[in-house]
Design a protein around this ligand. Structure first.
Ligand SMILES: [Zn+2]
Ligand SMILES: [Zn+2]
Length: 374
């Protein structure tokens, strides 16, 4: 079928909203009518060619939600009419990593994702001339419809407006999972959060719900610090040369945890410098391919640790519905991180704001009625 979709033809050139061809869902795949999509910094990394060569032409978008229209053979967990959010890691539940409980490290999903294909190694998207298009992070939801792997369509409660549910599958699950699954932050732990964009604000919210105290938010942008303070940060620091010293002063001896949610060597170093002896830095931010980070090696002597957290380190099929319930219960304010709501046509402007570090999340309304934005 013909759909309108946002295509990356060449890195560092404007994205084009145009008609493309979408093939029907195969076995273990789902066709979804997209309601809304969030714009994430990883979209900028892809659009700017920072995640390696050969990742275009591609239909962008990996954070979104919609309504199931059709299911392929063997799909039983969703049916037409169900509301779903997209998961960028449709774990197979059979490979070595999945069986060990490391679902976000699923081997076949990790193979297919960077190649821009679905789990069977092929694409459902093409240009009208037949040229194959890649699916961004196995999702490609800056589009009227998507075909995703079955496990990439996660059921949501109907009561949650889809423009809010759209945020769950990347920013929210990544931020909450880093706190709950990767770091397992206990009540009373102190924490610093470096970078308060769409994901960093979710880290702050998860820390508040985990009972962390103090929670020191750090960003270059005063407006984002205000959002962090509104979501439970106890302190907001404008990033500068004195920042790490300020965190050490506020927390006493340095933070138990420092979350890096930017993806730059200097912010990873800042997270490290905020730690107390024995503290742990958790790197959530996505750095461009080829970027190295250096740390003062003598400090490993103080038991400081650093580790990554990919896609929340949990189980999307369990975590996304739980986060949706948290939102419906009023414990998680999804709307509060949304700083712009715009039509799909506005995607280039939204990416430009992210490049400038302005604002938190933009939600693109693909089907305003389905999205239920008011
Ligand atoms: Zn993302
Ligand atoms: Zn697997």
């Amino acid at each position: 079928m013909r759909i309108r979709a946002v295509v990356l033809h060449e890195p560092r050139s404007p994205l084009v909203l145009e008609e493309v061809e979408l093939a029907p869902p195969g076995p273990q795949e789902v066709l979804v009518k997209v309601a809304a999509a969030g714009v994430c910094h990883s979209d900028v990394r892809l659009a700017d060619g920072e995640l390696g060569e050969g990742r275009w032409p591609m239909v962008l978008g990996h954070e979104g939600a919609g309504v199931v229209e059709a299911v392929g053979e063997g799909v039983t967990h969703v049916a037409p009419g169900d509301h779903v959010a997209f998961s960028i890691v449709p774990s197979c539940r059979r490979c070595e990593e999945c069986r060990a409980g490391r679902l976000t490290l699923c081997l076949p999903a990790g193979e297919a994702g960077p190649r821009g294909v679905l789990m069977d190694g092929t694409s459902r998207l093409s240009l009208p001339d037949g040229t194959a298009l890649q699916h961004a992070l196995m999702t490609a939801c800056f589009a009227e419809r998507v075909v995703v792997a079955a496990a990439g369509a996660v059921p949501l409660p109907n009561a949650l407006p889809l423009w809010q549910g759209a945020l769950l599958g990347c920013g929210v699950v990544t931020g909450f999972g880093a706190v709950r699954n990767t770091a397992r932050v206990a009540p009373g732990a102190s924490a610093a959060v470096v970078g308060c964009g769409g994901v960093g604000l979710q880290v702050v919210a998860a820390l508040r719900l985990a009972g962390a105290e103090p929670i020191v938010a750090i960003d270059r942008d005063r407006a984002k610090l205000e959002l962090a303070l509104a979501r439970g940060a106890t302190h907001g620091l404008e990033a500068g040369p004195a920042t790490a010293g300020d965190v050490v002063r506020i927390t006493g001896r340095g933070a138990d945890y420092a979350f890096e949610v930017v993806g730059r060597p200097e912010t990873i170093r800042l997270a490290w410098d905020c730690l107390r002896p024995g503290g742990t830095a958790v790197v959530v931010g996505l750095a461009p391919t080829g970027v190295d980070v250096s740390l003062p090696a003598i400090e490993f002597l103080s038991d400081k640790g650093i580790r990554g957290s990919y896609y929340g380190g949990g189980d999307a099929l369990r975590d996304l519905p739980a986060l949706a319930e948290l939102a419906l219960a009023g414990e998680l304010d999804l709307a509060g991180v949304v700083t712009s709501v715009e039509p799909l046509e506005a995607v280039n402007g939204a990416l430009d704001r992210l490049r400038r570090g302005e604002g938190a999340r933009t939600v693109l309304l693909v089907d305003p009625d389905l999205a239920a934005y008011d």
